[in-house]
Design a protein around this ligand. Structure first.
Ligand code: TXA
Ligand code: MG
Length: 320
């Protein structure tokens, strides 16, 4: 198992040696390496069992630092960065030479963000390089929102997990790219489409799965528990799967016909932010229950609810 602690100096030493450290962010835990080191970066793909066609997000301490790694910021990108950084927004921009092609899967663009998590910001400020970090889960599995999730999934493959406690937001960053300088959302995430549009005007949404996805968070089957998850209208699901030992993932309703031990309510006060924060934790818990199947319902499709539903649909999709 990996050591879990708050020692920034230790994390720094491991990263400087070209090894991996799991780091907290406000969204989910990341599996970090020196983004400029072409022998450190491949370790991320090996440990996660991640295909090389899936590019990594580069984490920086500030907007000034981001300028060292990207060619230029279209005006709308600059406005978004100024408004939301540090925060759960990844911008896809033309990269500078210094970012290895391994990080970007050979593309000329790089996904870059400044996370809003004090320990990780302090770590980033202390390092002479940025950190490439995908979510710290085996490829395709549920993202980790607590150090224990990382340890359960990858603890035998890494030595240190920087402990930032439970992630405050709980769902990954929103990814925005620019096509002819026009903003395009590649992944729904913690920052709402409405919030993005308030800064840059109307945006296009392009989050569908293809075999060569722009953002492989777009792969239809992703964020998946190992147990089968079925998404639908709950009372109908409960009736249909009567006779199965089922776990229930409910938005706000207490389905009293179901055993309380097998039921997780994301937010009894119907708060979408709370639901987002608890989503991956709930999926981890359901996956560990002694049940045959997970029954889940969508949340209202507004604000961060869109990102929650996106993750639920992908978790429900059969493997590709
Ligand atoms: O909240 C987050 O974004 C978390 C934390 C750790 O920062 N990271 C995260 O990383 O979710 P990951 O690897 O699980 O998802 C990153 C997504 C991938 O689907 C990847 O394809 C996309 O970002 N991405 C990275 N660089 C890209 C690029 N140049 N163009 C298009 N998509 C890119
Ligand atoms: Mg991920």
């Amino acid at each position: 198992m990996a050591e879990i602690g708050k020692d920034i100096r230790k994390a720094k030493e491991i990263l400087e040696a070209g090894e991996l450290v799991a780091i907290p962010t406000e969204t989910v835990y990341g599996l970090a390496a020196n983004a400029l080191n072409s022998s450190a970066v491949p370790r991320i793909f090996t440990v996660k069992n991640r295909p090389y066609f899936d590019p990594l997000i580069v984490h920086v301490a500030s907007l000034e630092q981001a300028h060292m790694y990207v060619q230029f910021f279209p005006t709308s990108a600059l406005n978004l960065a100024r408004h939301f950084w540090p925060g759960p927004l990844t911008l896809v921009l033309e990269k500078k030479e210094i970012i290895p092609g391994l990080v970007t899967s050979g593309m000329t663009t790089v996904g870059i963000r400044c996370p809003d998590q004090e320990l990780t910001l302090e770590l980033l400020r202390s390092l002479p390089f940025p950190l490439a970090a995908p979510s710290a889960n085996p490829f395709g599995y549920i993202s980790p929102t607590e150090p224990a999730h990382v340890n359960e999934q990858l603890g035998d493959k890494i030595s240190y997990i920087l402990d930032g406690g439970t992630c405050r937001v709980g769902i990954e960053s929103t990814i925005v790219g620019f096509e002819k300088s026009q903003p395009v959302i590649y992944r729904m995430g913690a920052i709402n489409m409405e919030e993005i549009e308030r800064i840059v005007g109307p945006v296009r949404v392009l989050t569908h799965s293809t075999s060569h996805p722009m953002a492989p968070g777009q792969l239809t089957s992703h964020y998946s528990p190992r147990k089968r998850l079925v998404l639908g209208v709950m009372p109908q699901l409960i009736e249909k799967f009567h006779g199965y030992s089922a776990g229930i993932l409910s938005f706000m309703t207490d389905y009293s016909e179901v055993d309380a031990d097998h039921q997780i309510i994301l937010s009894s006060s119907a708060n979408l932010e709370e639901a987002a924060q608890k989503l991956f934790l709930a999926l981890h818990q359901l996956d560990k229950m002694d049940i045959q199947i997970i029954l889940a319902e969508e949340v209202p499709d507004v604000g961060i609810g869109r990102a929650i539903n996106d993750r639920l649909r992908r978790a429900a999709a059969p493997g590709e």
